[in-house]
Structures are given as structure tokens and as C-alpha cells.
Design a protein around this ligand. Sequence first.
Ligand code: BMA
Length: 330
Amino acid sequence: MANKIIGNSLQNIPWQEKPEGYMEPVWRYSSNPIIDRHATKRSNSVFNSAVIPFEGKFAGVFRCDSKSISMDIFAGFSDDGIHWTINETPIQFEGADKEILKREYRYDPRVCYIEDRYYITWCNGYHGPTIGIAYTFDFQKFYQLENAFLPYNRNGVLFPRKINGLYAMLSRPSDTGHTPFGDIFYSQSPDLEYWGHHRYVMGTVKGDASAWQSTKIGPGPIPIETEEGWLLIYHGVINTCNGFVYRMGSALLDIDQPWKVILRSKDYILAPHELYECIGDVPNVTFPCATLTDADTGRIAIYYGCADTVTGLAFTTVEELMNHMKENPL
Ligand code: BMA
């Protein structure tokens, strides 16, 4: 079978079959949202969060905005990937340099297993937003490394293995505010501290060819390695008279030179249509930050923030996304 995921099998991946007659490439979990805004005592909202298989079960790093509306990231655990227990206190980082450990704000985490440990990346306040990096072996102790880039940047997304012998990351240079622009770039590093070899991957789409991604785009979950290339799920934004609307798309990137785009969806793969995606602290946002994948079946479970308020789960397969891109190429 072409389209195969290169990776581990995950027999306990959360899963529901596609409803009969459903036409879209991605379908929602029937009991969404899976995480409520009050999942911890002080949380105002829990969204844009990342999960990963851990010791036969699941662990994750969650964005919980507090009732004072501060943004921080919290570890959480689950037996089934659906019901989550999130720590009441935010992650306390250890690290070599106190300057880097100073907390301004932290949000939109991603989690990526590379070689022997779990790396966390997130949008880290350091005189403006940039990309924070840390690692953990056990989701108890977290070691923070240097910020990857100068401010301003958001959506730092690591690849799950070295490419051409180097760590690799996608990111989205931005500004200090609610950035009205944004393209995806690729960077590489020998040591996760010094990043370079920056390459343009892809940008917004002008005109009405694919208007849902006309204002800005940003990488979402960790890219999924397949036999045809890296499968990337990303968010795309349009500015409307009612503000920004965040939808999801997918792209296929070259396996050895991931800044080369092989395929990209013209039509979105998921958009805010359900009430919990349309109504919340920031209406009309579907924002993917993680997937679980099963290489045996090609199944993909997508975790996404809904209206900056709650966390949703949706399902697809590598075949669904490949067909969607091939049938409606940009
Ligand atoms: C982006 C980030 C995301 C958020 C989105 C919509 O700039 O702040 O965390 O989901 O805006 O508000």
C-alpha cells in the first residue's frame, strides 16, 4: 500500500469509524469536546494542546489559560487518549540559564519524541513571542533549553527525527500582536540550540484560489512521516468582517528537503462548524496541535483547540488526506 505511515503501531489509538455517507476527509469524535474549559480548578479554558503515546498510555502538555487570563502549559495524563487528568500546577522548568527560565507566558505547546526523549516546543514570551524548547523523559521533570529563534515567532514544530543528520523545525515568523501575515519556514540545527539554513516552505494564498488560507498559515501537529513524504496538518486563516477564522489544511512535504511542497489542499480539511468551535472566548477557531498515528492502519487522531476554549478530537486516515489533496490540488 502506498500512503503508508512510517512509524510505530498504536493499537490503542482513540478511534471512531467515519459516519456512513459523510463526505468530508476529517470527522469529529461524537462526544466532543473531550476537554472542558474547567478541566483544572483555575482554568478558564483548555485548548491548543499536545498529546503523545507514553508508557502504553498517553501523556500531554496542555495550554490552560487561567481565570486571571494568564497563559501557561501543564502536564496531563490519560489511559485512553480521551479522558484526561491535567495537573493543577504548571510545568516548572529546570535549566542551565536563569535568564531563559524567566516566565513571561507560555502557550500552544507541541510534543515530539526524538530518539530517547520527549521534546516540548511552545510559544514562549521573551520580550515578545518566540519558540521555547524543553525536554522530558517522564513528564515530571522538564529541562528548558535556549529559545530557538529571536522574537517574534510562533508555532515551532519539530520533525520527529533528524533530517540529513540535523534536527529540523518548522515555524512561523510573526509580530507582537495578532499577526496579520504569516508563512511557514524550515530551519535546522546540529544541537537544538543554533538554528539556521532557513528555508521558505509555503505561504498564504492570494486571490480567491483558496481564500480560507489568505491571511496567515502556521504548522500544526508534528509532521507525519509517510512513504510519499512528510504529511503536515496546518492552520490557515482568513480575515473576515467578523475577525479571523481558523481552519485546517494538509500538505505533503519532500522527505529529504521538507521545504519543497509536493501537494497542498485547496479545500480545507476541517473548519469551525460545530457550536463549540464557533462560540467561545475567540469564536470560529479550529487549531490543531497534535496527532496520534497508527502505522498499521493509517489512522490519525487529531487534537485541536476549539474557539480558544475547549479541546476537540477528530479522525482521519493518511489515505483520506492524500486523496483529498490529490483530488483538489492547489
Ligand atoms: C493565535 C494564537 C492561538 C489562538 C489563535 C486564535 O494567534 O494565539 O493560540 O488559538 O490566535 O485566537
